[in-house]
Design a protein. Structure first.
Length: 498
């Protein structure tokens, strides 16, 4: 019988290592002039350099170097005065030249850190994630395995190769061993990737779309008996492509490792693949050590030696850090810590800020994004920013409520329709005839009808038992198909019965 998560963290201490790959949004590839547009027809964005043709020589993309340095500075890294590219030799079926140009022992950025906040039983706690290195490399192409049930090579009838992605600038951000997280390891991993994504987005160096693979995480997990002071054997779950999946993958691997250790079995050092449908992982391949890649200096590229003054100019131009911005917004909006944490966890901060910038009241904006819209996003199991409604549309709905053209109940109908793709708020209202019944004579007629239908309840209200008014108000709301303002109905009802 599998251990529960509570049993796992009572017996074992987890250690993490997180490797995040980020595709930069440069217009051309890392070592050639080919375009980097996502979704182009297969093999239309290639040339002799990224196809590895004999005699074709690489040239470094200056913008990619600039973006990498900015990432390193934002992560509090030291910028190496002279870094070098290396050839990483390995059989890549989707890398035409059969090696990857990367950085090995001389990365461009080293020894940084990123602080993340996680809600714990003792309140919000800050965990410092130390960064080992930030280095540049090129992405591989993409394999499409056709004819199998899983989309993987096993069981496929044949494979197709698309080299459009081969050579796209890629930055790898590697943490040092992350320990001391205890039972919060899955939440810390998720919070780290999320904070990193927010920083990269604020820098404007990548679109960080995890669902498209422009940001992907390899999660290393190991367990050791509590108090042993040792590191266990790690497994590496590859290419996890959503924040929720990062958390699930770490939690699942902790449970799997503990199950093996409890039975006296050995954890194998290997790569594993995360299964979105089950939350489990399956074995990939035995994990190679660095020497297995036979790194050696790239002979066709000179070392990268960024000018110190240029680095300082880039440092001075860094945008406001997301953590600093959140603190500023929290103070500006007067939001309690717990609610701010809820906004951060839901990925709602940017959405609320944009909605407020369009004129919506901050409290109302938060209420909609954290309430009804979050509920619908959770039901669909998608990120809040992909739910199908924009800050502009939410701001319009808040405005319509404030001027009395919508009630909260009617607004929920409008939100659902907008998310369902039926149009913007105004067109949904016009098409469906959604409007508040504000004509007082119509409301009084509906109230009198409800009183006549339930005279005993009306008498209770007349006698001072005000809670009984709820049944009559409900009848009026039903009569008006939910389009009356309940507060105004209550006011008129009590006036008639007083």
């Amino acid at each position: 019988m599998a251990l529960t998560y509570e049993e796992v963290v009572a017996k074992y201490e987890p250690s993490l290592g997180l490797e995040v790959h980020v595709e930069l949004n440069t217009q051309t590839k890392m070592f050639c002039g080919c375009a980097t547009e996502f979704g182009a027809a297969p093999n239309t964005q290639t040339c002799p350099v990224c196809l590895g043709m004999p005699g074709a020589l690489p040239v470094v993309n200056e913008k990619a170097i600039e973006s990498t340095i900015r990432i390193g500075l934002a992560l509090n890294c030291a910028i190496t005065p002279k870094s070098r590219f290396a050839r990483k030799n390995y059989f890549y079926p989707d890398m035409p030249k059969n090696f990857q140009i990367s950085q090995y022992d001389e990365p461009i950025c080293t020894n940084g850190y990123l602080d993340v906040e996680v809600e714990t039983d003792e309140g919000i706690k800050t965990f410092r994630i130390e960064i080992e290195r930030v280095h540049m490399e090129e992405d591989t192409g993409k394999s499409l395995h056709v004819g199998g049930a899983t989309g993987r090579i096993h069981g496929a009838e044949y494979s197709l190769l698309d080299y459009n992605r081969a050579g796209i600038p890629l930055v790898e951000i590697v943490t040092k061993v992350v320990s001391g997280t205890g039972k919060y390891a899955p939440e810390v991993a998720k919070a780290y990737v999320k904070e990193l994504r927010d920083i990269l987005r604020s820098l404007g160096v990548s679109d960080v779309k995890m669902e498209q693979g422009s940001l992907r995480c390899d999660a290393n997990v190991s367990l050791a008996p509590t108090g042993s002071g040792k590191l266990g054997t790690r497994s590496e779950t590859k290419n996890v492509n959503s924040l929720r999946s990062v958390e699930r993958a770490v939690r699942g691997e902790m449970i799997r490792h503990a199950g093996l250790l409890d039975k006296g079995e050995r954890v194998i050092q290997e790569t594993r693949h995360f299964q979105e449908d089950t939350g489990a992982t399956r074995s990939g391949r035995s994990k190679e050590q660095a020497e297995d890649y036979r790194y050696f200096p790239e002979p066709d590229l000179t070392p990268v030696a960024p000018d110190a003054e240029w680095i300082e100019r880039l440092r001075s131009d860094l945008p406001e850090k997301p953590s600093v911005r959140r603190a500023r917004l929290q103070d500006q909006w007067q939001v309690p810590d717990k609610e701010m944490a809820a906004m951060v966890n839901a990925g709602a901060v940017d959405l609320v800020e944009e909605t407020v910038a369009l004129g919506a009241d901050p409290t109302k904006a938060r209420g909609w994004w954290l309430g009804e819209i979050s509920r619908l996003a959770n039901e669909a199991e998608i990120e809040l920013n992909a739910v199908g409604i924009s800050p502009k549309q939410v701001a319009r709905i808040v405005e319509l409520i404030s001027v009395g053209e919508l009630t909260d109940k009617l607004a929920r109908q409008v939100v659902a329709s907008v998310i369902a793709g039926e149009g913007d708020p105004d067109s949904v209202i016009a098409t469906k005839g959604i409007k508040v019944v504000s004509d007082e004579s119509s409301l009084i007629a509906a109230i009198e009808k409800a009183i006549a239908a339930q005279p005993d309840i009306a008498e209770k209200v007349r006698s001072g038992h005000l809670p009984a008014a709820g049944a009559l108000i409900g009848a009026v709301m039903k009569e008006t198909k939910g389009q009356a303002d309940a507060a105004r109905v209550r006011e008129l009802l009590l006036g008639l019965l007083s």
